[in-house]
Design a protein around this ligand. Structure first.
Ligand SMILES: NC(=O)c1ccc[n+]([C@@H]2O[C@H](COP(=O)([O-])OP(=O)(O)OC[C@H]3O[C@@H](n4cnc5c(N)ncnc54)[C@H](O)[C@@H]3O)[C@@H](O)[C@H]2O)c1
Ligand SMILES: O=c1ccn([C@@H]2O[C@H](COP(=O)(O)OP(=O)(O)O[C@H]3O[C@H](CO)[C@@H](O)[C@H](O)[C@H]3O)[C@@H](O)[C@H]2O)c(=O)[nH]1
Length: 445
């Protein structure tokens, strides 16, 4: 099939590339000419394991191409995926300007029946707005062309995006049209070879499913973080509690790892958006508000522990931070707990030495230039360089190379033997036997 994917961020690029990998011919469109030029030369603007080779192979074989011209892309295809950003507005609602701008442009170039598929995460009712925007353009052109709008939310996780797309737990297709549903069924058939994973539902149901999934996962994380806070105060080890509750199949082990809060481009904004959605229909989202509040507090827990140990004024102290990305497997710093921590430490007068296996370039580009100019933040070439003469090590992102460090070497490098473990990666006893003071999140120390 011939497809157009509009927006070449994490979702658009992965979607376009994976559909091309399945034999479709895909044109990816983006308004950012630099990104399109880069992608055209086989260079990937994001770090996503496996994506690089897949983009190169499919481009070489002519199944994947990149352009800034939607008109040109639409000329050959019948399915148009909208995969542009839906960031938060100031009031927490989803900013639909990119989505609706794309819808209007589709309306300006649509010449025959097409299926417009919304892959961006959008509030309930957006498909109707997309339909109106397209219809408005068709009317001003004085043409009458049939089209359908489908909701097909994406559930990929950064760092595991290809695998999540190729082997999804489920494929949600929200469609109120039989014709569009059949086209979507054919498109996804190669992903359903061993069993059909597609769930068909109404458009509004599909839009809600995406927010509900993210809100549920965020709730699990905030729940365990709240329990961890309680464990900290009651001399209980949250790791035992996590294992104890996870073994109940009704609860399960996934997404109940305590830590320094959830980040990334999805959970924070999507929880805010569903709260706003509830408010807009005068329904009080009591639980979701608490999920969000707990996370705001959780992202400050590490600095709080640092202040309890070293005092409120951190001037004259240096901290070694391991991990900057919002989670392992990505160079994405959006809403990263590490960035919140850096603001707090540097704001309280501390100096920071930091290391991340892949997010160093992103950090150099995105963090305040003044931090580098004033020497408040030094990005180090190696995880151990980040510990040179520091008063404590703070682990924020649980990258694999941080899992089994050489504690002996660390002790020699560090000025004071103190570890704050924001992801409960270490056994308190092991760390203490190596001569360190240890604080995890809800760990008995
Ligand atoms: N990042 C994830 O892991 C993830 C997973 C599932 C769903 N989502 C959702 O998918 C959507 C996209 O997320 P993302 O992280 O890929 O966004 P992103 O910000 O990384 O990428 C969006 C891209 O769209 C382009 N764009 C903006 N306006 C355009 C236009 N008019 N025409 C063509 N291109 C345009 C931008 O230049 C950018 O390259 C969001 O709604 C997000 O919530 C994201
Ligand atoms: O037990 C856990 C699991 C995750 N996290 C944190 O939660 C955040 C999000 O992690 P993850 O869900 O793995 O990453 P994302 O790439 O943001 O993916 C989420 O957001 C996407 C965008 O909507 C969805 O498509 C995915 O299904 C959903 O998992 C990260 O900061 C993690 O450190 C925890 O603190 N504890």
């Amino acid at each position: 099939m011939n497809l157009t994917v509009i927006g070449t961020g994490y979702v658009g690029l992965v979607t376009g590339t994976c559909f091309a990998e399945m034999g479709n011919t895909v044109t990816c469109v983006d308004t950012d000419p630099a990104k399109v030029a880069q992608l055209g030369q086989g260079q990937i603007p994001i770090f996503e394991p496996g994506l690089d080779a897949m983009v190169k192979n499919n481009s070489k074989d002519g199944r994947l191409r990149f352009t800034t011209s939607l008109a040109e892309a639409m000329a050959d295809s019948q399915i148009y995926f909208i995969a542009v950003g839906t960031p938060s507005n100031g009031d927490g609602s989803a900013d639909l300007r990119q989505v609706l701008a794309v819808a209007r442009e589709i309306g300006r170039h649509l010449n025959a029946y097409g299926v417009v598929v919304d892959k961006s995460t959008v509030p309930v009712g957006t498909a109707e707005k997309v339909r109106e925007a397209i219809q408005g353009e068709l009317q001003s052109r004085g043409v009458n062309i049939d089209f359908d709008v489908v909701s097909n939310p994406e559930f990929l996780k950064e760092g595991a995006a290809i695998d999540d797309f190729m082997r999804p737990d489920r494929i949600i297709v929200g469609s109120d049209s039989d014709r569009a549903r059949e086209i979507m069924r054919q498109l996804y058939a190669p992903f359903n070879m061993n069993r059909d994973r597609t769930l068909y539902m109404g458009v509004r149901d599909a839009e809600m499913t995406k927010y509900a999934a993210n809100a549920m996962l965020a709730t699990k994380i905030s729940f365990i973080n709240e329990i961890a806070g309680l464990c900290d105060r009651l001399d209980v080890d949250v790791e035992n509690v996590r294992l104890g509750i996870g073994s109940d199949a009704r609860i399960g082990y996934s997404f109940i790892y305590p830590g320094c809060g959830y980040g990334g481009s999805c959970f924070p904004k999507d929880v805010k958006a569903i709260i706003h959605l509830a408010e807009s229909c005068r329904f009080e989202p009591r639980l979701l508000r608490s999920v969000e509040e707990r996370n705001q507090a959780q992202r400050r827990v590490l600095c709080q522990k640092v202040r309890e140990r070293f005092g409120d004024d951190l001037s004259g102290l240096t901290f070694g931070v391991w991990g900057l990305a919002f989670k392992p497997g990505t160079d994405d710093l959006r809403e990263a707990p590490a960035v919140v921590l850096l603001h707090e430490l540097i704001g309280a007068g501390a100096k920071v030495r930091a290391y991340d296996p892949v997010a160093m370039d992103a950090a150099r580009r995105q963090l305040p230039a003044a931090w580098f100019d004033n020497g408040d933040l030094v990005l180090c070439e190696h995880q151990y360089h980040a510990l040179q003469d520091v008063d404590a090590m703070i682990l924020v992102t649980e990258w694999k190379p941080f899992r089994t460090p050489d504690f002996h070497a660390m002790r020699k490098l560090m000025k004071q033997p103190v570890i704050f473990d924001g992801r409960n990666q270490y056994e308190p006893q092991t760390v203490k036997q190596a001569g360190f003071e240890y604080q995890g999140i809800g760990r008995k120390s």
